[in-house]
Design a protein around this ligand. Structure first.
Ligand SMILES: [Zn+2]
Length: 214
């Protein structure tokens, strides 16, 4: 797999400091499974974080603090075992827990204009959804009120930035207005995670927005 589009440094730092919402963190983890380049950056950023922690001056704790922390640890459930790589390599292991390993078996909701959606329903934890777009379809022009991450799971599309194929991520902020067009050979399925809703520009965009619910 040749990956040509990666996350911004800011996104990777936010990931290692644990400030991304659930949907965005899941998307980052899914890409890290496929991308040594970003994985190395996260490890570097974790090391820097660790060094900073070590430089902090220790402070005396109240008596009984240690017992308190230890008793809190007793309540922590052991981590579930790491999901092994699914037999269907299309779905990253981090995602399998939420959507299973067969993209075609999902309960896709038709949005019209060649677009289907599957909502991961993370609610307040941050929106995450899969979009399935028919070959040759162009998604209406839109800008973003916040950050939007996209990870390609099947097929490919092109926009003002370039061509995005399986494993690539688009890391967009509110500066960019773009119009992705799916390549004509195959449908495109991508995972999209946002920290706020999309804002469509143009009449067509305003018309479909209520239906797509983006
Ligand atoms: Zn990467």
């Amino acid at each position: 797999m040749k990956i040509s589009h990666h996350f911004d440094d800011a996104t990777l730092i936010a990931y290692s400091s644990g400030t991304l919402n659930k949907g965005m963190a899941l998307l980052v983890e899914s890409h890290l499974e496929m991308c040594e380049n970003c994985m190395e950056q996260v490890q570097t950023s974790n090391r820097i974080g660790g060094d900073l922690l070590r430089q902090i001056q220790p402070v005396a704790m109240k008596s009984g603090s240690l017992d308190q922390v230890l008793s809190m640890l007793d309540d922590v459930e052991p981590e579930a075992p790491v999901v092994s790589r699914s037999h269907n390599a299309e779905v990253p292991a981090s995602l399998v827990e939420y959507i299973g390993d067969d993209l075609d078996a999902l309960d896709w909701k038709t949005m019209g204009m060649g677009v289907q959606q599957y909502d991961l329903k993370f609610g307040g934890a941050g929106a995450a959804r899969l979009l399935r777009i028919q070959p040759g379809v162009s998604v209406p022009h839109h800008t973003h009120t916040g950050n939007e991450l996209t990870l390609i799971l099947r097929g490919s599309y092109s926009d003002e930035i370039g061509r995005f194929q399986v494993g690539d991520v688009a890391d967009l902020d509110d500066q960019l207005e773009h119009q992705p067009i799916v390549d004509t050979e195959h449908e495109c399925i991508c995972l999209i995670a946002t920290d706020s809703p999309l804002k469509f520009s143009g009449l067509m965009g305003k018309l479909v927005q209520p239906f797509i619910g983006l």
